[in-house]
Design a protein around this ligand. Structure first.
Ligand code: NI
Length: 388
């Protein structure tokens, strides 16, 4: 079965919601208007239960099927937050809020899950319970974790959970997925190096912190190349290098480095942390300087469970006619990973066509993807919980 006819009929209406959300982006947990919009729509659809305020500003809604003999409960998740980016699309429905933009298509994800909710509430052609999860703060705020910590999975009895992200470069209406690791974990580090500032012409009376920090940066590049099994995937990047010297004739007293470690192999997260600490502290010590390492763990690896990946891929093939079920993993991260740590489930990519990349000021979600995205959510529910 391809795109669901009823959802194709609703394409214009859902596009209207998407463009409204696009024009009114909100950041992190401050998604009050967006969550309010979601709750209003869900009320209109006549879903069975709506609970706002989960994970601060997340919304959870319940739709019961025609029958409930198997008692299966499936979670479907969308993210609601935008990014601190100045929009440069020039669209007539572009962001009305300076410095904020839906540059990752979460306006599209939220609208597609709303479309599926409307369809499911109308048709209820399934046996069990669909739980709709609208989460805040995907972009760096771990809103998915906050919802889990508020008891999302146990309180609603969720057994499996599914999520979706649009993907520029993949044709509109197509899907791609893989079992196992799909997106990387993301840990951040900061290294504060302190030497002894001085006159550039008298280095023997100083401890040159810039030189020490430079040695640390170079040595950090051995973490991946000399510690990690070459078959595994880990990347380490030092993104900033700031000294407190502002003149060519001054030796810096302090240098601050910031970087990130991404991996698809979670066993390397503690190993990378230990290596970064050792290299920074011991290198600094060898030069008579001191290094302090601040390690901030971020999102886990997004790992699709095998069986649920098959269900997700079958639903996608039913909607789109085909599916790439062995797509290459990518190194960005995604906080749906926290939900997948609590329950089996799968995360799928939906094509956004030939657009600017996510997080680019010229990015826009492609509304032509809406019928396929809504149909996939609905298809999962109807396939996993068929009426007997
Ligand atoms: Ni995103």
């Amino acid at each position: 079965m391809p795109i669901k006819n009823r959802l194709a009929d609703m394409h214009g209406e859902i596009t209207g919601w998407r463009r409204h959300l696009h024009a009114h982006p909100e950041l992190m947990y401050d998604v009050h208007e967006t969550a309010g919009f979601v709750v209003e729509r869900l009320r209109e659809f006549g879903v069975d239960d709506i609970t706002p305020g989960i994970g601060k500003t997340g919304v959870v809604a319940v739709i019961k099927g025609k029958t409930d003999t198997k008692g299966r409960v499936i979670g479907l998740r969308a993210d609601m937050d935008a990014l601190p980016i100045e929009e440069a699309t020039g669209l007539d429905y572009a962001s009305t809020v300076p410095g904020k933009m839906h540059a990752c298509g979460h306006d599209g994800h939220t609208s597609m899950l709303l479309g599926a909710a409307k369809y499911l509430a109308e048709t209820r052609n399934f046996d069990g319970t669909a739980v709709l999860i609208f989460q805040p703060a995907e972009e760096g705020g771990a809103g998915g974790l906050a919802m889990c910590q508020d008891g999302l999975m146990d309180r609603w009895g969720i057994q499996e959970v599914y999520g979706m992200h649009n993907t520029p470069g993949l044709p509109v209406g197509e899907f791609a997925i893989r079992p196992g690791a799909l997106l990387a974990s993301s840990d951040e580090f900061e290294i504060r190096v302190t030497g002894k500032g001085g006159h550039a012409a008298a280095p023997h009376e100083a401890v040159d912190t810039t030189l020490v920090a430079a040695q640390i940066v170079v040595s950090l590049q051995s973490v991946v190349s000399r510690t990690v099994d070459p078959i595994k995937r880990v990347v380490l990047t030092v993104g900033t290098f700031e000294t407190d010297s502002v003149a060519s004739n001054v030796i810096a007293h302090k240098v601050r480095l910031q970087g990130t470690v991404r991996t698809l192999d979670p066993e390397y997260r503690p190993i990378a942390e230990e290596r970064v600490r050792r290299i920074a502290e011991d290198t600094a010590s060898a030069f008579g300087a001191h290094a302090e390492v601040i390690w901030t763990p971020g999102y886990p690896v997004t790992v699709n469970s095998a069986e649920e990946t098959t269900h997700a891929a079958e639903a996608a093939a039913a909607v789109a006619g085909k599916v790439n079920d062995n797509v290459d993993p990518i190194m960005p991260s995604e906080d749906f990973a926290y939900m997948l740590e609590e329950r089996p489930g799968a995360y799928i990519f939906i094509g956004n066509g030939d657009t600017a990349m996510c997080h680019h000021p010229a990015y826009n979600f492609d509304d032509d993807a809406i019928p396929a995205g809504c149909s996939w959510f609905a298809e999962i529910v109807e396939r996993r919980m068929p009426v007997a």
